[in-house]
Design a protein around this ligand. Structure first.
Ligand SMILES: [Zn+2]
Length: 446
């Protein structure tokens, strides 16, 4: 949460502002503070004795505190060791401790040189005279698996994808984190969820660096509030909200609908030679302003919750609004496939969509996301993942799609698989590549 506070921006912040918030701050903060200021303060006596008196108070209190703590040291030590979350629950200790920790890690990360990863990586097939590959990875935002029609949700939240040929929806996918700041770097890092460490991930090359080094053309297009969290730092990137494209960027806070990611994308693709990878980073279903994630025509389910005060809306309205964001994403993904298909005569094309984390919509009294992973509910960690391959792609890559469909239906997979699966798709050879985590390796025809 401290990391999120440091890395947020105006648009994300604006989504939280409301009159009731200001009123609450005024009544519960401003008024008591004013009352304290107006209270008459007893004049202190001579400064030195007063100061000594005050210091003595502190010393005596601390001594008593230490004496009590040491007497029960064994109990406190085991309590803290067995309940590590306690130190994150004591105010203001948790805020101070985690702010210090964040700044320290940030400082360490900035002070370190970038470590090369997979120096040995080669792409032997790069010049083999094959058709070039074009893969679009759509990184979703806050989409949860439970509300995907493709995964059995009873509402039509995937009206476009569910009628398309060749869509493969992975049903048991878990995220690396419950917030973008963790999931996004983790997805493109060789570190698995259990190994993940933000300083390590930030100070070593990620998948995009390695692909780029082996000659794959990369483009990162961003429409997310939070930016790319350092992942796109060394590859060509475009921040779409900055371009203020009128057709898609209508919100007062400067955010854009996700179809902005496809705006004149064909021009970019035309300039990319050889094998290419494009990452489209959505704003997806980011709350609390779900209603701003789709245009008025996208109001499929109603009534909706057209406010950032989601606690004031009925659960029905909240879910309707959230589901509308998924319908919009569904249409955007379908248009992405349309665009890819227009290149299928010349290139082998594929789309991989995967969300960064899920969302709570009031289950067990929880909303939004960012709950510490070990207590996070399924709604925040169970994410949708959808793939589509052109028939030529599947054929040239010897992908057995019915095997893949079977894996999608039955196997538990996670963000850990993305890194090695993409390495596998681009036929990277490296000691870092781990075939066991490559979703496609067991589904290749010999
Ligand atoms: Zn996110």
């Amino acid at each position: 949460m401290v990391q999120n506070v440091f890395e947020t921006n105006q648009a994300e912040l604006a989504a939280w502002f409301s009159f009731p918030l200001l009123l609450t701050l005024f009544l519960l903060g401003g008024v008591p503070a004013a009352a304290l200021v107006l209270l008459p303060v007893k004049k202190i006596g001579r400064p030195i004795p007063t100061l000594l008196w005050w210091l003595m108070h502190i010393v005596v209190t601390m001594t008593l505190f230490a004496a009590i703590t040491l007497t029960f040291y064994k109990d406190y030590a085991s309590l803290l060791r067995n309940n590590m979350q306690i130190k994150d629950q004591v105010l203001p200790f948790n805020v101070v401790r985690n702010t210090h920790g964040y700044l320290k890690r940030k400082f360490h990360a900035n002070a370190q040189l970038l470590r090369a990863v997979a120096r040995d990586a080669t792409r032997p097939t790069a010049d083999a005279g094959k058709r070039s590959k074009l893969v679009i990875v759509v990184v979703g935002e806050t989409a949860r698996a439970q509300n995907f029609q493709l995964n059995g949700y009873p509402r039509a939240t995937n009206p476009a994808l569910s009628t398309r040929e060749g869509i493969i929806s992975f049903k048991h996918v878990s995220s690396c984190g419950t917030a973008t700041a963790i999931s996004l770097p983790c997805m493109f890092s060789r570190l698995t969820r259990s190994q993940y460490n933000d300083v390590r991930a930030a100070t070593e090359e990620n998948l995009l660096d390695i692909l780029q080094r082996t000659g794959v053309s990369i483009l990162w297009r961003n429409n997310n509030n939070g930016g790319c969290k350092g992942v796109c730092e060394r590859v060509p990137s475009e921040n779409m909200p900055e371009q203020k494209i009128a057709a898609h960027c209508v919100n007062k806070d400067g955010t854009c609908y996700d179809e902005v990611l496809l705006d004149r994308l064909a021009d970019r693709i035309d300039k990319m030679q050889g094998d290419a990878l494009i990452v489209l980073h959505q704003l997806g279903s980011h709350g609390p302003t779900y209603y701003e994630r789709y245009p008025p025509a996208g109001k499929i389910f109603s009534p909706t919750c057209d406010s950032n005060q989601i606690d004031k809306c009925s659960n029905e309205a909240l879910v309707n609004t959230y589901d509308n964001t998924l319908v919009y994403t569904d249409g955007m993904l379908s248009k992405t496939i349309d665009l890819l298909q227009s290149y299928s005569a010349q290139r082998d094309v594929a789309m991989i969509y995967v969300s960064d984390h899920g969302e709570s919509l009031g289950e067990r009294g929880m909303y939004l996301h960012g709950t510490p992973y070990f207590i996070a509910p399924d709604e925040q960690t169970h994410i949708p993942m959808v793939m589509w391959f052109s028939p030529e792609f599947a054929q040239d890559a010897r992908l057995n799609l019915s095997c893949l469909r079977n894996r999608a239906e039955n196997d538990a997979i996670s963000h850990d698989n993305l890194y090695h699966s993409l390495m596998g798709l681009y036929e990277i050879q490296s000691s870092v590549y781990h075939a066991g985590l490559d979703l496609f390796s067991a589904c290749r025809d010999r």
